[in-house]
Design a binder for this molecule. Structure first.
Ligand code: AMP
Length: 302
């Protein structure tokens, strides 16, 4: 047996650690998602910073912005944080496992309303940029060939252009209303960010840990997929089955179940898109469907 194999086969001295946001925009949804996947956080005390998360994992609760650092330092193997924060950390030891989709926002360049600037490429060398994303901002403006001066801030960058501290800001935006209220206008989007399941490179290079991460990702993915679908059941006239199949194609055609009547009706079951349920029901009713039932799905693994 090689040293590598011995190391990989050695039992872990502690459970696999997952770093989760302790508060802020990503915290509640992250915890909820793990719970829906069957991993409920069990705290020993009310405000504990550590919790067990099923038999295989332990959660530690830290700031979203610190999570890349904890992974890179080996304090945790897996984490949930924003793609923006992973990019800003510049840590190459971190690998993305799964896009979790929530916490959507964009990192944008914004100028004062009255500025004649329409695109970031119009900004001159020496432009002062207020941001808590200095690494991403610098890289972005380097790409445009513009040398900038960073005015580092840790939050509320919107005020900086009005105080003469900076000419523009690079900040996170979701609806854009904060920018508008503060008299700023977006001129470019640097990146779109959502929450990601990430892991340290060391963790994915360790076979047993990699397997546990893959299983976790499969479970989370099945929950995310299920959230966009519904299970629809309906009694439909047997002679309308061809049309029904077009309305509810399901994953591989609807499931047809006999109804104990004179043979005129069958029950059709299928997985349908949640955001089209309304139209689907209307179409089925046009075909004479009755007893339509729609339920949520907990997990979906096609
Ligand atoms: P936190 O500082 O813990 O509230 O987390 C901030 C992270 O939440 C950001 O880095 C983004 O990944 C994400 N996020 C989603 N929408 C927004 C938003 N409108 N403003 C700031 N952060 C957001």
């Amino acid at each position: 047996m090689t040293d590598d194999q011995k190391r990989n086969d050695a039992p872990r001295s502690r459970p696999i650690r997952i770093a989760l946001p302790n508060k802020g925009r990503l915290a509640d949804r992250a915890l909820e998602l793990f719970e829906q996947a069957g991993l409920r956080a069990q705290f020993r005390a009310d405000r504990a910073l550590v919790a067990s998360l099923g038999p295989d994992f332990q959660a530690i609760f830290v700031r979203s912005s610190d999570i890349p650092e904890y992974l890179a330092d080996g304090a945790a193997e897996i984490g949930v944080t924003g793609a923006d924060l992973v990019a800003e950390s510049g840590r190459e030891e971190i690998v993305e496992i799964l896009n979790l989709g929530f916490g959507r926002c964009r990192l944008a360049v914004a100028v004062r309303d009255e500025s004649p600037v329409r695109r970031a490429s119009m900004l001159p060398a020496g432009t002062r940029v207020a941001t808590s994303f200095p690494r991403i901002a610098r890289r972005y403006f380097e790409g445009l060939g513009t040398e900038i001066v960073i005015a580092p801030v840790t939050g509320a960058a919107e005020i900086a252009p009005h105080l003469g501290v900076a000419d523009v800001i690079v900040d996170l935006v979701s609806t854009g209303s904060t920018l508008r209220v503060n008299g700023l206008r977006e001129v470019d989007t640097i990146m779109v960010s959502t929450a990601r399941l990430v892991a340290s490179r060391t963790a994915v290079e360790d076979e047993p840990t990699k397997r546990a991460i893959d299983d976790l990702a499969t479970a989370l993915e099945s929950v995310l997929r299920a959230a966009q679908k519904r299970y629809l059941m309906s009694n439909v006239p047997r002679d309308k089955l061809d049309e029904v199949r077009e309305v509810i194609p399901g994953l591989s055609g609807p499931t047809i179940v006999e109804v104990m009547d004179d043979g005129a009706w069958v029950a059709a079951h299928a997985v349908v898109d949640a955001d089209r349920v309304y139209q689907t029901i209307a179409r089925l009713k046009e075909l004479g469907a009755e007893g339509i039932l729609v339920t949520r799905i907990e997990r979906l693994m096609p």
